[in-house]
Design a protein around this ligand. Structure first.
Ligand SMILES: NC(=O)c1ccc[n+]([C@@H]2O[C@H](COP(=O)([O-])OP(=O)(O)OC[C@H]3O[C@@H](n4cnc5c(N)ncnc54)[C@H](O)[C@@H]3O)[C@@H](O)[C@H]2O)c1
Length: 333
């Protein structure tokens, strides 16, 4: 493990993308998004993805020169055509469209979208403009339905963000609807660490703590039993079908990420400053909740990432030696 500053990691990540033919501006945008995931502690969606992304470029899944385009269909709705560009560019375009004055409240549906990374990044940006924002998307099937033992659903992430007081990062709830994101299993496998019980079943449908069992034909489980399962079903249908991506485990699935962003302007309903003030008061009350046995504090969603960001900007980002070597190997290709 080595500690690397955000700036150094960005330089290495940009160079890795440039080496597979990604133009400077796109490389900087994609690498910037990955490094921000590392900075906030979501290493599963950080620079380790570059090996996968370089393979996607070489295999033709990602067109490194493509530029996403937007088509307004009706007031308040926009279709962003990813054109098989990096998903971060398509999602970035969707954010720009929703921020457009005419789309301050609206829904952006992304077609031909590649992996967008951490959804929290996009909803946080929208919340920074006095919007309530939500994002979700389906993905390749890796998760069993509640009670089942075969892959029928993606890890189907869901994110929401709302603004807090001015100058404070927003409330950001952002997670996979599986108990854990697949990338976190890969991180545990790379570190040769077991995972907690209740995350994975092996290929025979038995509970296991070996992350390797997932990669040998096992399944991830939905979080929260039938409740997380239900959310995932809805994301699979709405994300998969509105975007034309299809449902991951059904015929006709394109292998894209069926990503949808929704944003609405707070001041269409309430004065934004009042909304922020009440949200801030509520967050303070949450923080002041006496901790239960086994806990030492109560946090608001988004706060763990913000703490990690402050700490990693100060101390650096821990990068496993294997990831560091893989990134440098990409430069030499
Ligand atoms: N693009 C894709 O296909 C895809 C698929 C799956 C997941 N993802 C991304 O993976 C990332 C990680 O997902 P995950 O399921 O591992 O997330 P996670 O289980 O780490 O949960 C993160 C969320 O929980 C909140 N949280 C964590 N601890 C908390 C605490 N003690 N108190 C209050 N809130 C707390 C965080 O602020 C954050 O909102 C997400 O950013 C998600 O968007 C992307």
């Amino acid at each position: 493990m080595r500690m690397v500053s955000g700036d150094e990691l960005l330089g290495v990540a940009v160079a890795a993308l440039r080496a597979v033919g990604v133009p400077e501006a796109s490389a900087t945008a994609v690498a910037g998004s990955l490094v921000r995931s590392n900075l906030v502690g979501h290493d599963s969606h950080g620079v380790r993805r570059l090996v996968q992304y370089a393979g996607d470029v070489r295999g033709g899944k990602v067109d490194p020169l493509a530029v996403p385009e937007a088509e307004r269909t009706r007031p308040g709705t926009v279709v962003v055509h990813g054109r098989r560009a990096f998903g971060q560019l398509a999602a970035g375009r969707a954010v720009t469209e929703l921020l457009d004055a005419r789309h301050g409240s609206g829904v952006a549906v992304i077609r031909d979208c590649n992996h967008v990374g951490r959804l929290g990044e996009y909803v946080a940006e929208l919340a920074g403009h006095d919007l309530v924002a939500m994002a979700f998307g389906n993905a390749d099937p890796t998760v069993a339905p509640f009670g089942g033992r075969e892959r029928r659903l993606g890890t189907n992430p869901l994110a929401w963000a709302v603004p807090r007081a001015k100058g404070k990062p927003p409330v950001v709830m952002d997670w996979a609807t599986s108990v854990v994101a697949e990338g976190k299993l890969a991180v545990a496998r790379d570190r040769r660490e077991p995972v907690a019980e209740g995350l994975v079943l092996d290929a025979d449908g038995r509970a296991t703590t070996d992350p390797g069992d997932f990669y040998r034909g096992g399944v991830l489980l939905p979080f929260g039993g039938h409740k997380g399962y239900g959310l995932s079903v809805l994301i699979e249908i709405v994300g998969g079908l509105l975007t034309g991506t299809g449902i991951g485990s059904m015929p006709g699935y394109t292998g894209d990420f069926g990503t949808v962003l929704v944003a609405f302007a707070i001041d269409a309903f309430q004065p934004a400053d009042e909304f922020r003030a009440h949200t801030e008061e509520f967050c303070r009350a949450l923080n002041e909740t006496p901790p239960a046995q086994g806990h030492h504090e109560v946090l608001v969603p988004g706060e763990p990432e913000e703490r990690t960001r402050v700490q990693r900007e100060r101390d650096g980002i821990p990068i496993p030696d294997s990831t560091w070597q893989e990134l440098h190997a990409l430069h030499e290709e």
